[in-house]
Unconditional design. Structure first.
Length: 191
């Protein structure tokens, strides 16, 4: 019996030792959590359209156009975001016939031409005008063009219709995004 008591005593002491060792290990364990906030910068632009000498007033829709006449329309892009951007613009024309049918006019050069394409703007084969240099925060581009000249003789297919000339602009970040607007990564926007 004595041996049995000793065995029990050794088992109890061993258990107490193991529990105190586990408690000691837990005593030296600690943890911390770090919360890291990552904020993304943004890209933001404004497309402005003015008319008149030196862009003296906002552009308004044209009515009763006269063949052969030139009308002032001065679109330019302003970077109102915090970071430099590459910019590009696309000009499209939509025809709305008297019956309300709408269609895109792929080649509108028979109806009108864009006059005095601005310095730093280059028309590329994808139909976009690309700006040659990055646009810094708060900076504005040169005008994409400064007027629209209607053809001297307008074909019958263009008469008695309404036309919507749309200038669309896009921007993408400069940092880590190509060495020019043409080399930059652009998302397919459908513009």
């Amino acid at each position: 019996m004595r041996q049995n008591s000793r065995t029990r005593l050794l088992i109890v002491l061993g258990a107490i030792s193991l529990l105190s060792l586990g408690g000691t290990v837990a005593y030296f364990v600690t943890s911390e959590t770090a919360h890291n906030v990552v904020s993304m910068s943004g890209v933001s632009i404004l497309l402005n359209e003015f008319a008149g000498p030196e862009g003296s007033h906002p552009f308004h829709d044209l009515e009763d156009i006269v063949p052969g006449k030139t009308y002032s329309k001065i679109p330019y892009i302003e970077n109102n975001g915090p970071e430099p951007v590459w910019i590009r613009a696309k000009v499209s024309l939509k025809q709305t016939a008297n019956d309300g049918t709408e269609s895109a006019v792929a080649d509108f050069s028979r109806l009108m031409t864009l006059e005095n394409i601005g310095p730093n703007w280059t028309l590329h084969s994808d139909g976009f005008y690309y700006y040659a240099s990055p646009l810094s925060s708060g900076e504005s581009s040169t005008p994409i063009f400064d007027s629209v000249k209607f053809a001297d003789a307008i074909d019958g297919e263009f008469q008695l219709s309404t036309y919507t000339l749309t200038v669309s602009a896009e921007a993408t970040q400069v940092k880590h995004n190509g060495s020019s607007a043409l080399d930059a990564a652009w998302t397919e926007s459908g513009v």
